[in-house]
Ligand binder design. Structure first.
Ligand code: G3I
Length: 318
C-alpha cells in the first residue's frame, strides 16, 4: 500500500516526523522509512539553541544542516524547531541581563532563521515554545522573568524580519483540548495578531497517553484557532502507554492516532500532523516517564504497529 506521505499529499496535508541525527547518520532502516513515509521533518534536537549557538556568537549547524540536507534529498519540507524555549538553552543565555538577553535572542533568531531563509525546504518555525504553565498563566521561565511577556512579540518580529516567507508558529503541549492552557494560548494569539505581531500558526504538540484519555474536543479546539485566521497543526504527536505493550493497549493507541489524523483532516486550516519520531527504538518517552513508552507507529525492529495502520487508513480513507 502507498506510504503515508502519498495519502497525506492527496489531501493537501503534510505527514511529518521528528529526526534524530544519530540514526539519521548511520542506520539504513531509519533513513529509508523516514524518507519514504514522511513529507515533512522536524529536527528532534539539532536546531535547538544548545545545538546551534552553544557559546555566544559561535554558531554550529552540522546537525541542522544534516536534517535539512536529508529533507532536500527526499523532497521533504522542514519545520524549524525551536528558536526561543526555556529548555536546551545554554547557561550563557540564561544569565544575561534584560538588554543583553533581548539582543542575544534577536541575534540568534536572525542567524538561525537567516541561514535557511533562501532554502526552499525550510518552510516554518516554532518561534516560541511552551510559554504557558498548565494553569494558563505565563510560564515563569528565565525569558519571562528577565524580559516579561514582550519577548514573545519581539521573537516573532525578529523571525519575520529574518525570513519574510516562513510560517511562524507558537507551539505548546497540553493544549490539545479546550482547557485553561489552550484558552490562554487562544487569547494570546488573538491579542498578538490584533497588535500586528506576525503569528501565522499554532502548533499543538500532541504528547498523549492512553491512560489519560483522548481530548475529545480536539477538532473543536483546532477550529477555534483556525477561526482566528491562523494555520493549525499537530507538531509532536505520540501516544505513550505503560509498557509492555499488549493488543488491548495497542488498539487504544491506534484509536488515538486515528482520532488525531481525523481531526486534522476535518479542519481545513490544519496543515498536517507530525509524529515525534516513528520507531519505538528512538523516543524521548522512556527517559522522561520511566515505565512508559511504545508511543510511536513502528516497533523497535521497524515493524509497523496498529498505530501505523490507523494513521495510514485515516489519511487514505474517504
Ligand atoms: O546530546 C547529549 C549527549 O551528548 C549526551 O551524551 C546524552 C546523555 O544523556 O545526552 C544528550 O542530550 C540529550 C538530548 O535529548 C539529545 O539526545 C538530552 O540528555 C535529552 O534530555 C534530550 O531530550 C530531548 C528533550 O526534548 C529535551 O528537552 C528529546 O530528545 C526530545 O525528544 C525532546 O523534545 C521535546 C520538544 O523539543 C519540545 N516538546 C516536548 C518534547 C518532548 O520532551
Amino acid at each position: 500500500s502507498a506510504p503515508l506521505r502519498t495519502h497525506a499529499a492527496a489531501r493537501g496535508k503534510f505527514i511529518g516526523t521528528a529526526l534524530a541525527t544519530g540514526p539519521l547518520s548511520n542506520e539504513t532502516s531509519y533513513r529509508d522509512l523516514a524518507a519514504t513515509e514522511f513529507s515533512q521533518v522536524t529536527a528532534e534536537n539539532a536546531m535547538k539553541w544548545e545545538s546551534t549557538e552553544p557559546s555566544q556568537g559561535q554558531f554550529t549547524f552540522s546537525g541542522a544542516d544534516a536534517v535539512v540536507n536529508f529533507a532536500t534529498q527526499n523532497n521533504q519540507q522542514v519545520h524549524g524547531h525551536t528558536l526561543v524555549w526555556h529548555s536546551q538553552t545554554p547557561g550563557w543565555v540564561q544569565g544575561l541581563g534584560a538588554t543583553a538577553m533581548r539582543a542575544a535572542m534577536q541575534n540568534h533568531i536572525s542567524q538561525v532563521v537567516g541561514r535557511y531563509a533562501n532554502n526552499p525546504a525550510v518552510v516554518s518555525w516554532d518561534v516560541v515554545n511552551e510559554v504557558f504553565d498548565d494553569n494558563g498563566g505565563m510560564r515563569t521561565s528565565f525569558w519571562y522573568n528577565t524580559l516579561g511577556q514582550s519577548y514573545i512579540a519581539d521573537a516573532f518580529r525578529a523571525a519575520r524580519a529574518a525570513d519574510p516567507n516562513a510560517r511562524l508558529c507558537i507551539n505548546d503541549y497540553n493544549v490539545e483540548g479546550v482547557n485553561a492552557k489552550s484558552t490562554a494560548m487562544y487569547n494570546l494569539v488573538s491579542s498578538l495578531r490584533q497588535q500586528g505581531v506576525p503569528v501565522d500558526c499554532v502548533g499543538l504538540q500532541g504528547h498523549l497517553a492512553i491512560q489519560y484519555g483522548f481530548p475529545g474536543d480536539l477538532q473543536q479546539n483546532l477550529q477555534r484557532f483556525a477561526d482566528l485566521g491562523v494555520q493549525v497543526r499537530i507538531t509532536e504527536l505520540d501516544v505513550r502507554m505503560q509498557t509492555p505493550r499488549d493488543a488491548t493497549k495497542d488498539a487504544t493507541q491506534a484509536t488515538y492516532y486515528r482520532n488525531v489524523v481525523n481531526a486534522c483532516n476535518a479542519v481545513t486550516a490544519c496543515a498536517g500532523v507530525t509524529i515525534w519520531g516513528f520507531t519505538d527504538k528512538y523516543s524521548w518517552v522512556p527517559d522522561t516517564f520511566p515505565g512508559q513508552g511504545a508511543a510511536l507507529i513502528y516497533n523497535e525492529s521497524y515493524q509497523q504497529k496498529p498505530s501505523y495502520t490507523a494513521v495510514h487508513d485515516a489519511l487514505a480513507g474517504g
